[in-house]
Design a protein around this ligand. Structure first.
Ligand SMILES: CC(=O)CC(=O)SCCNC(=O)CCNC(=O)[C@H](O)C(C)(C)COP(=O)(O)OP(=O)(O)OC[C@H]1O[C@@H](n2cnc3c(N)ncnc32)[C@H](O)[C@@H]1OP(=O)(O)O
Length: 432
């Protein structure tokens, strides 16, 4: 069906730069050349990018308060008035040593916990409203810090961002973090926003997957991906009858990660990683393995700690083959670079064992887990940044050109992303 007029609403940001008008330009050119109105297929084709979406810049941020894992059991049991639970504290100490975490950053300080005694026992004193109030301001602010860093590295104006994809588990507000970020970052009011709430730990990879599709289907689009998490929603006192109270306090950290994603880099833009393909799969029979329930008390997270590594180990090879075989690549796992969501040391160990990876292959994931803890969906963006840092500093001698991102979360869901690096060791950039 031919259109009598080009669909101006398809790219309604008439004043937005970054080529969002270029598809209209193609239509306009056809009309000036006298070839008549474009048909829908031509319009669609003209709207697509020539090349793959790439990560053009990355920014990360954490709250100011850093807690060392060695000190945390004392701090946690003191802040929750649980010092009398001597045996439980010893168990917590043993657990903290097994998670692969050395330090983390947390928004909730001892002072904040003192000001909210209702957070200690959410089953008795519902405190979801108070927690959400904290997240309502703190999540967008932390997200904005990471975003400003990404935009500064990208080197263009915030008003050149055409799309915004935001994800968090830490909040349930409308308007959400996406809307709050518009004035905080000075984005255009016409920026096209997508808000992903409650995707667990696969949220970062899911947001990048959405960004890839937006960038490749909207020529000239520049997509700001933002993930931010605060664990104050999960905070409780330790409970001898509930192992998850220990797990949730020992493993998770707060942070935000942002990335600018776009295809067909313009002069001055420096692609870091091309996003070659994306996939998502649910592991059969695993729906109860990881869950988060929003209750009137707080978020109640459940992890089947012993099953999750096994379930991931049992499925990861199939997910990788499904992603790589169509690209003509096989199971030479050590010929790839790796960004694996560091759910905990046990998960990385399982992936290592199943794929028989050389020790250095998961070094970036292990370092992020050690320095920041598991920050849900934010973590893979930190690992991407760590990989880039290693390459630019020449620390990854002989790092392969091709790599994979694997993220895991409730479902049990596995996100698989094939990446192609554009950063040379020593900091130069290359385009495919
Ligand atoms: C939120 C998202 O969407 C995505 C995510 O990333 S979720 C997080 C993903 N992470 C995981 O699933 C965690 C995976 N599991 C692990 O990391 C490890 O199994 C673990 C650290 C929990 C235990 O490590 P381990 O080497 O098996 O040590 P282990 O000695 O068995 O356990 C340590 C202690 O915890 C106890 N424990 C472990 N799992 C337990 C459980 N499910 N219930 C009760 N106690 C448990 C053990 O009994 C042991 O206690 P003692 O020290 O008193 O003996």
């Amino acid at each position: 069906m031919a259109l009598s007029k080009p669909p101006a609403t398809a790219t309604s940001n008439s004043s937005v730069t970054a080529g969002s008008n270029s598809n209209l330009q193609v239509v306009a050119d056809r009309e000036t050349m006298g070839s008549g109105p474009a048909n829908v297929r031509d319009i669609c084709r003209a709207r697509r990018s020539d090349g793959p979406a790439a990560v053009l810049a990355i920014g990360t941020a954490n709250p100011a308060t850093c807690v060392l894992q060695d000190d945390f059991p004392d701090l946690y049991f003191r802040a929750t008035k649980s010092e009398h639970l001597v045996g439980l504290k010893e168990k917590f100490k043993r657990l903290c040593q097994k998670l692969g975490v050395q330090k983390r950053y947390l928004h909730h300080t001892e002072e904040l916990i003192r000001a909210h005694p209702e957070f200690l026992d959410p089953a008795q004193t519902p405190s979801l409203d108070e927690r959400l109030d904290i997240a309502k301001t703190a999540v967008p602010e932390l997200a904005a810090v990471a975003s400003r860093k990404a935009i500064a590295e990208w080197g263009r104006a915030a008003t050149d961002i055409t799309h915004l994809v935001v994800t968090t588990n830490s909040g349930a507000h409308i308007p959400g973090v996406d809307a709050r970020l518009v004035p905080l970052l000075g984005l255009r009011p016409t920026v096209r926003r997508t808000m992903l709430y409650l995707n667990g730990c696969f949220a970062g990879a899911a947001a990048l997957r959405v960004a890839k599709d937006l960038a490749e289907n909207n020529r000239g689009a520049r997509v700001l991906v933002v993930c931010a998490e605060l664990t104050v929603l999960l905070f409780t006192r330790p409970d001898e009858r509930d192992f998850m109270t220990l797990m949730n306090q020992g493993l998770f950290g707060d942070g935000a990660g942002a990335a600018v994603v776009g295809a067909d880099p313009a002069a001055g833009e420096r692609p870091l990683f091309e996003i070659v393909s994306t996939a998502q799969a649910i592991v059969p029979g695993s729906e109860d393995a990881i869950s988060i329930n929003v209750t009137k008390g707080c978020y109640v997270g459940h992890i089947s700690t012993r099953e999750v590594p096994v379930l991931i180990g049992g499925t990861v090879e199939r997910c990788l083959l499904d992603a790589l075989e169509p690209l003509g690549m096989g199971a030479e796992w050590n010929d790839l670079f790796w960004n694996v969501h560091p759910g905990s040391a046990a998960i990385l160990d399982e992936v290592d064992a199943v794929l028989r990876l050389r020790p250095e292959k998961l070094a970036a994931s292990r370092r992020v887990l050690s320095e920041y803890g598991n920050m849900f969906g934010v973590t893979v963006i930190f690992v991407l940044d760590e990989l880039r840092r290693r390459m630019e500093k020449g620390e990854e001698e002989g790092m392969p050109e091709w790599g994979v991102m694997l993220a895991f979360g409730p479902g049990l869901t596995v996100e698989t992303m094939v990446l192609h690096r554009c950063v040379e060791q020593g900091g130069g950039r290359r385009r495919s």
